[in-house]
Design a protein around this ligand. Structure first.
Ligand SMILES: Nc1ncnc2c1ncn2[C@@H]1O[C@H](COP(=O)(O)OP(=O)(O)O)[C@@H](O)[C@H]1O
Ligand SMILES: [Mg+2]
Length: 231
């Protein structure tokens, strides 16, 4: 059996606010290469926290995450940032776009950091922005875009470097239902054509049809896993 590309091993992350809240409690999850996993569950169930742990954006209090054979616990913050740049595309729930850069420049940035030439990076960025339906907004600043448009810039930024793993937190949350379905369809197409691995957090049940596996979170734990056929 091939090693999973991404694996959480008994990760726990708690917050201490007077009482201790276990946002993610002893969760283990292995994601196969090329798999499309949907993570669902009610608000506050730990989905965002788990996704941040998988991305190395946050460190677990116990347990570990292994990406393509590399254990996060062995890496410095810089080493983790480098691994993330090379292998992960992350779509943040609240976009995290750089406000003084245009849509195009936001998408160009990770491509330049990956060593692509300015001309190539602009070409790729423009093309991915067109794919997400934003070809006519590339010179707008994030503050001049609607929430849905900013969300699509954030998606383009994550997809453009063609990372091995795409992690997306409620990537359709600000889109109307048709645009949301179209975006999920785009993820699935990229997943199938380029073999990139996707872990998508969403509570939209309509996205389940795009997934190989549905992981249901509740109270910081995995409550249920449903494997869907068709891979
Ligand atoms: N920075 C934080 N400080 C304190 N509590 C937090 C923080 N982030 C998340 N939590 C708590 O952890 C739990 C899980 O949150 P989260 O992972 O954001 O859930 P979801 O994404 O499923 O809505 C919630 O109870 C939330 O209030
Ligand atoms: Mg969340």
């Amino acid at each position: 059996m091939e090693e999973p590309i991404l694996r959480a091993v008994s990760v726990t992350r708690a917050y201490h606010l007077g009482e201790t809240i276990y946002a993610v409690h002893d969760v283990s999850l292995a994601i196969d290469r090329g798999e499309f996993v949907l993570v669902t569950g009610p608000s506050g169930s730990g989905k965002t926290t788990l996704l941040h742990l998988l991305a190395g954006l946050d460190r677990p209090m116990s347990g570990d995450v292994i990406l393509d054979g590399t254990r996060y616990s062995r890496l410095s913050e810089n080493g983790l940032a480098k691994l993330r740049r090379e292998k992960i595309g992350f779509v943040f729930q609240f976009f995290n776009l750089i406000p003084h850069l245009t849509a195009l420049e936001n998408v160009v940035l990770p491509l330049r950091l990956a060593g692509m030439s300015p001309a190539q990076a602009r070409e790729r960025a423009r093309s991915v922005l067109e794919t997400v339906g934003l070809g006519h907004r590339i010179n707008h600043l994030p503050g001049q875009l609607s929430g849905g448009e900013q969300q699509r810039v954030a998606v383009a930024r994550a997809l453009a470097p063609r990372p091995a793993v795409v992690l997306a937190d409620e990537p359709t949350g600000n889109l109307d239902s048709n645009a949301g379905l179209a975006l999920a369809g785009l993820f699935r197409k990229v997943n199938q054509e380029q073999g990139q691995t996707f872990v998508v957090v969403s509570h939209d049940p309509r996205l389940e049809e795009f997934a190989d596996r549905v992981v249901v979170m509740g109270d910081g734990r995995i409550q249920d896993v449903r494997v869907r056929g068709g891979r």
